[in-house]
Design a protein around this ligand. Structure first.
Ligand SMILES: Nc1ncnc2c1ncn2[C@@H]1O[C@H](COP(=O)(O)OP(=O)(O)OP(=O)(O)O)[C@@H](O)[C@H]1O
Length: 401
């Protein structure tokens, strides 16, 4: 098992600015680290730098503490899997899987044994005589993984391997990749723009924005305790509600003023006193998974849309607030988000930069529930629900520490 490290890792492309910007990252031996970020944030470039396919502009990659920047990718004992499986159509599954061994002095009988073993590991032992055209997307991706793993790599790099796999097979494959990585004990870096994938697979998740690493940690920790507004907004299903507000503190009263209405913070909570120090600051308030409620702090608004998720309803409630200007992301990023395709292939829809319609919050309504557009709704908010960020998008920690 190999420890991977990036130190000040930077990659600029002449015409395109900095794709990876001074990234410092450590991946522990046997760890499954997921790099998460929106399209164009530099995930693939980071992975390619770790693999050695791309040469850094500055900085270094180290395996077990030894710089590998000068070592040819073929000599790094790395296996990489991409989103397009790129199988050889004229070869059977078994031949595809065994292909990387053609240059290695392994007896033919042993190749058969190893192919069968790795095929069993990825659950395709019964497909060995088929040709790729007779496989589903999920099965093709398993073949691609088996082909990558047959050389017993010490580092496994996965670049959006599940994005061409249909939704049903995707969640099964997620679990299987995790189990496989554990069983083989191979240090793995997996990149994705899909936060659910990241949250469900990662030992630790590394969130990347415009080439800059935002935060690294166990998924639950990064979700619950985001350092930046970007991380808070990016991680959240249903999506995180973001509203602008100003803090006002007068005598013992502290309020968050959303323009249309205020939230008065509980006077007896020590966190309220900490927040009072931000008197007159403009902040962005991030709130997740709110529910209807009439006690304590309450935001009132009108339901604009209701999504029926089957197990619950998701009400979009217009509380008359001002959406965060942070949503006005850099033009380049937005352009990429809207484009259906780019020179680098298909870009998945990016669903975070879309501005929320006027000052809405997302409210989960338990089933059986009945909510209709136009209904008035009171939304319960507790201090625990509020994540506050300053104008630079950095977290204001108002928990007395
Ligand atoms: N070979 C290249 N030449 C010039 N610019 C490039 C090259 N490869 C990537 N870029 C640019 O670097 C930035 C990061 O691209 P990268 O493919 O790493 O992002 P990504 O997060 O993997 O995106 P996606 O999720 O859409 O694959 C983008 O602005 C992209 O246009």
């Amino acid at each position: 098992m190999v420890a991977i490290a990036a130190r000040g890792l930077t990659k600029s492309f002449d015409d395109d600015g900095v794709a990876v910007d001074h990234v410092d990252l450590d991946v522990a031996p046997g760890e499954l680290l997921v790099v998460l970020g929106p399209t164009g944030c530099g995930k693939s470039t980071l992975l390619r730098l770790l693999a050695g396919i791309e040469e850094p502009t500055s900085g270094a990659v180290l395996f077990d503490g030894v710089p590998v920047t000068e070592i040819d990718p073929r000599d790094r004992n790395i296996a990489m899997v991409f989103q397009d499986y790129a199988l050889y159509p004229h070869l059977t599954v078994a031949q595809n899987i065994g292909f990387p061994l053609r240059t290695v002095p392994v007896p033919a009988a042993d190749i058969g044994v190893r192919v069968a073993e790795v095929a069993r590991n990825v659950g395709i032992a019964d497909l060995l005589n088929r040709y790729p055209e007779h496989l589903s997307g999920g099965q093709r991706q398993r073949v691609a993984m088996a082909r990558a793993l047959i050389r017993h790599p010490s580092v496994f790099l996965l670049d959006e391997p599940l994005s061409n796999v249909d939704a049903g097979a995707r969640s099964a494959l997620r679990g299987e990749i995790v189990a496989l990585v554990r069983r083989l004990g191979v240090t793995t870096v997996h990149v994705t723009h899909d936060q659910i994938e990241a949250m469900s697979m990662a030992d630790r998740v590394a969130v990347l924005r415009a080439g800059v690493l935002q935060q690294v940690g166990p998924p639950a920790e990064v979700y619950a305790d985001p350092d930046t507004l970007f991380v808070a907004a990016f991680l959240g299903t249903p999506r995180t509600s973001l509203l602008e507000a100003a803090v006002y503190a007068e005598d013992n009263r502290v309020v968050l003023d959303f323009g249309s209405q205020v939230l008065e913070l509980p006077a007896d909570d020590p966190r309220t006193a900490v927040l009072a120090e931000h008197h007159t600051d403009r902040v962005t308030v991030a709130m997740r998974a709110l529910t209807p409620g009439v006690d304590g702090m309450v935001l009132r608004g009108k339901v604009t849309t209701v999504d029926n998720l089957g197990h619950e309803l998701l009400a979009h409630v217009d509380v008359g607030g001002v959406p965060s200007p942070w949503l006005d992301t850099p033009p380049g990023l937005r352009a990429a988000a809207r484009a259906e395709s780019t020179p680098y292939g298909f870009y998945p829809a990016y669903d975070v930069v879309e501005p929320l319609p006027m000052g809405e919050v997302m409210v989960r309504v338990a089933m059986p529930g009945r909510v209709l557009p136009g209904d008035e709704m009171a939304v319960g908010v507790t201090l625990d629900d509020l994540l506050l960020f300053d104008r630079r998008g950095l977290r204001i920690r108002f928990i007395a520490e």
